[in-house]
Design a protein around this ligand. Structure first.
Ligand code: MN
Length: 471
C-alpha cells in the first residue's frame, strides 16, 4: 500500500466551512492510495478511503464533497485572495522608500519584476507544487537561501498553509548543468500538482553552460532567477523570470542576497540582517563595514556553506544559528581563528609582481596552505580576505591571484578594475587556449578553470595579460 501525501489549501468561508479542504497537489502520482495523509489548515490527518484527485474537495474525514461551484474557480479565488492578503506591492513600495539611497533608483526599477517574482513564488508555495531552490555555496548564496526560507516561514506563520515541498540544493557548480536538470525533472516526476513545479536559482547560473539545460527545463517548470553576475554574450535565460541588477542599470554590488531579501520583504518578512551580511560577504561597495553583527553573520554563513554536506548549511539550521546570539558569537570566534592562520601562512608564501598602472600583484599557491587547514577557509574566500588586507595596505591598486587544483581565483581592486578588464582577459585566455580554459565572474572577482594539467600554462597566460613583472 503506497502512501500519498496530499497538499490542500484551507478554503475561505464564502464557499464552505473552513474545515473543508481542497486537494491541490500530491506526492507520487498514485493519488488513489487507500491510506493517504492530507495536509491542511496546520494539521495532518489520515484519510482512510477515497479515490482522490487534484481539485477534489474533501472534508476532514477525507470524504469528497460535491459542490455546484467549479473547483478551479474556488482554487483561483482562494489562491489569489491569499496572495493579495500578503500586500506584495505595498511592501515593495515601503521597501523602496526606505532602502539605501545609493541603490534606491535601481530597486524602484526592479520592483515590478520583484512583485511578479514574489507573486509567482507564493503561488507555487501555496499550491504545494515542488519548489527546488539551487543556491551557490558561498556566503551570498547561503544568504539567498535564508532570506527565501524566511519568506516561506512567514506564509506558514500566517496560517495560509503548512509544510510544503521545498528542496534546498546548495551548489558548487556555478552553471545549471545537465545533471542538475535530470535531478530536478526526477524530483518533479513524483508529484502531481495544479501549478508547474518551480526552480529558483540564486546567485548562480548566469553563464553559457546553463543555456541548454535551462531551455530544456523551461517548458516544464516555472523558473525564478535571482543573480547579479555579468551576462556573457549568448547567455539565454529562456522563459525565466530573470532578475539581475545589471539589467536595470545597477551593478553587481547589489548582491544576490540583497535581491532575495527584497523578495522576502515583498512577501512581508524582514531579512535585512541577511542582506547586510551578503553585501559584506560579496565585498559590495554598499557593504557597511561598521556593522559588526552583519560581519559576524557573513563570516558564519560563509563557513557553514563551505562544505556541501554540512547539515547546518540548510537554511533552517543556519537561520537558527543566526538568531541565537551565543551560538553566533561562538562559531564566529572559531572561524576567525581558522582564517587568521590561513592568512598568516598565505602572506608568508605570496609571490609579488608589479603590474600595469603601478599595481601590486600577489600570487599564492593554495596547495601549500591547504594541508595546514581543516578544510576551511576555501580558496575563494581566502583570496578575498587576503586581497582585502593587501589592498588596505596598498591603498587600492592590488590584484590577488590564488591557484589550487584546477582553479584560479582572482581579485582586482575597484580603482583599477576598469583598466584591468578582468573579464576581457578571461575571454582572451579562453581564445588563446582554444577554449581549454574558461571562467567568469565580476570585474573585481572572477575565477578560471584551468583543467587538470593546464595550471602552469593558464597562470602564465593570466600573468602575461596582467602585465606582471617579477620583483
Ligand atoms: Mn554573489
Amino acid at each position: 500500500m503506497s502512501r500519498t501525501i496530499l497538499h490542500t489549501i484551507t478554503l475561505k468561508k464564502d464557499f464552505m466551512d473552513l474545515e473543508n479542504l481542497l486537494v491541490v497537489s500530491a506526492i507520487s502520482k498514485n493519488t488513489s492510495a487507500a491510506n493517504a495523509t492530507a495536509l491542511g489548515h496546520g494539521r495532518s490527518r489520515q484519510i482512510q478511503k477515497g479515490q482522490l484527485n487534484l481539485l477534489d474537495i474533501i472534508d476532514l474525514d477525507g470524504k469528497i464533497q460535491f459542490l455546484k461551484i467549479n473547483p478551479k474557480h474556488i482554487y483561483e479565488t482562494n489562491l489569489s485572495s491569499a496572495i493579495n492578503a500578503l500586500g506584495i506591492k505595498e511592501n515593495l513600495k515601503f521597501l523602496c522608500d526606505s532602502c539605501d539611497i545609493r541603490y534606491r533608483d535601481i530597486a524602484l526599477k526592479m520592483s515590478g519584476m520583484l512583485a511578479l517574482a514574489a507573486e509567482k513564488m507564493c503561488r507555487a508555495y501555496l499550491s504545494g507544487t515542488p519548489i527546488i531552490i539551487r543556491y551557490h555555496n558561498d556566503g551570498d548564496g547561503m544568504s539567498c537561501a535564508i532570506a527565501l526560507y524566511r519568506a516561506f516561514m512567514h506564509i506558514n506563520g500566517l496560517g495560509m498553509c503548512d509544510g510544503r515541498a521545498v528542496t534546498w540544493i546548495m551548489s558548487k557548480e556555478i552553471s545549471y548543468s545537465k545533471d542538475a536538470l535530470e535531478l530536478d525533472l526526477s524530483i518533479a516526476r513524483s508529484y502531481l500538482s495544479i501549478e508547474k513545479p518551480m526552480l529558483i536559482m540564486a546567485d548562480m547560473g548566469t553563464n553559457l553552460d546553463s543555456n541548454d539545460s535551462i531551455k530544456k527545463l523551461s517548458g516544464q517548470f516555472d523558473i525564478l532567477w535571482l543573480d547579479h553576475h555579468s551576462k556573457p554574450a549568448g547567455f539565454d535565460s529562456a522563459s525565466s523570470i530573470y532578475i539581475n541588477p545589471l539589467d536595470f542599470n545597477g551593478t553587481s554590488s547589489m548582491s544576490a542576497g540583497l535581491i532575495c531579501s527584497m523578495l522576502a520583504n515583498a512577501v512581508g518578512t524582514d531579512a535585512n540582517d541577511i542582506a547586510q551580511a551578503s553585501l559584506i560577504s560579496d565585498f559590495s561597495m554598499y557593504a557597511d563595514s561598521s556593522n559588526k553583527r552583519a560581519h559576524m553573520i557573513a563570516t558564519v554563513v560563509d563557513y557553514l556553506s563551505a562544505k556541501l554536506d554540512n547539515p547546518n548549511a540548510r537554511p533552517m539550521a543556519a537561520d537558527g544559528i543566526i538568531r541565537d546570539e551565543n551560538k553566533l558569537i561562538m562559531i564566529y570566534n572559531e572561524v576567525s581563528e581558522m582564517f587568521e592562520k590561513a592568512i598568516e601562512i598565505g602572506s608568508k608564501i605570496a609571490r609579488k609582481y608589479a603590474g600595469m598602472n603601478n599595481c601590486s600583484i600577489y600570487v599564492v599557491d593554495f596547495g601549500k596552505i591547504a594541508p595546514e587547514l581543516y578544510g576551511y577557509p576555501l580558496p575563494g574566500r581566502f583570496t578575498s580576505r587576503l586581497h582585502n588586507i593587501r589592498e588596505q595596505k596598498n591603498n587600492g591598486s592590488t590584484i590577488t591571484v590564488v591557484y589550487y587544483k584546477s582553479y584560479i581565483s582572482i581579485r582586482v581592486s575597484r580603482d583599477i578594475s576598469k583598466a584591468t578588464d578582468l573579464l576581457g582577459i578571461i575571454d582572451r585566455i579562453r581564445d588563446a587556449s582554444d577554449g581549454r580554459f574558461s571562467g567568469g565572474g565580476h570585474m573585481e572577482a572572477a575565477s578560471i578553470k584551468a583543467g587538470d594539467s593546464g595550471m602552469d600554462e593558464a597562470l602564465s597566460l593570466l600573468l602575461g595579460y596582467l602585465g606582471a613583472a617579477k620583483l
